[in-house]
Design a protein around this ligand. Structure first.
Ligand code: NAD
Length: 174
């Protein structure tokens, strides 16, 4: 943590799956914050091509990746979606520890927290050409060079649950 670290920050995402871009932005924000809350969004979804992994599987992927990266000043909280955008920030507040500021690049997330009075900071993007959930899932579906895009702990979890087989079967490829 840097000597300028202040307050508690929130980063919310689906992390389907957690990749090296996520790890780099988490590392940066954790270094700028006393504590970082990571909301595992759309927690109710799994077993779809867009959201293949459960909240529990994502929890282990992230917590093990951060432990191995030496990042310890964080809380991980699953957050299910609600179908009413105007009350979503209150819903998040009811699920996570108190926080001072929000990091996001998601336009809807930014707008909702901004309207609720929070300081919202755009998170820096790292190698977005390769480190994107969509691209990682596309490569996983083909079982082609996806391991280099995610932390080792994510590889272990995907292999443990036969995540590639799950995705290929859901896509009708097996
Ligand atoms: P995501 O996993 O795509 O991204 C998470 C964060 O990581 C984002 O801030 C993104 O900009 C950042 N990121 C992604 N790639 C990166 C890279 N290469 N380098 C650096 N940073 C990178 O998740 P998302 O789609 O932004 O998730 C938003 C969540 O909020 C979803 O779960 C959504 O359902 C939820 N949400 C729900 C409601 C509601 O239920 N009413 C409303 C708003 C948002």
């Amino acid at each position: 943590m840097s000597s300028e670290a202040v307050g508690t920050s929130l980063l919310i995402g689906r992390f389907q799956p957690f990749h090296h871009g996520h790890l780099q932005v988490v590392s940066k924000i954790a270094g700028e914050s006393s504590q970082l809350i990571i909301g595992i969004g759309s927690a109710q979804y799994s077993h779809t091509l867009e959201n293949p992994f459960t909240a529990g599987e994502r929890h282990v992927m992230i917590s093990e990746s951060l432990k191995e990266a030496g990042i310890h000043n964080h809380y991980l909280v699953p957050v299910v979606d609600i179908n009413r955008y105007s009350t979503w920030v209150s819903h998040v507040e009811s699920m996570v520890p108190p926080f001072d500021r929000v990091y996001s690049n998601n336009p809807l997330t930014k707008r909702l927290f901004h309207e609720a009075g929070y300081e919202v900071t755009g998170a820096p993007m790292f190698n977005r050409a390769e480190y994107s959930g969509t691209k990682v899932r596309e490569r996983m579906m083909r079982d082609d060079s996806w391991r280099e895009l995610v932390p080792e702990a994510v590889v272990r979890m995907v292999e443990r649950i036969d995540g590639i087989g799950r995705m290929r079967e859901l896509a009708g490829l097996e």
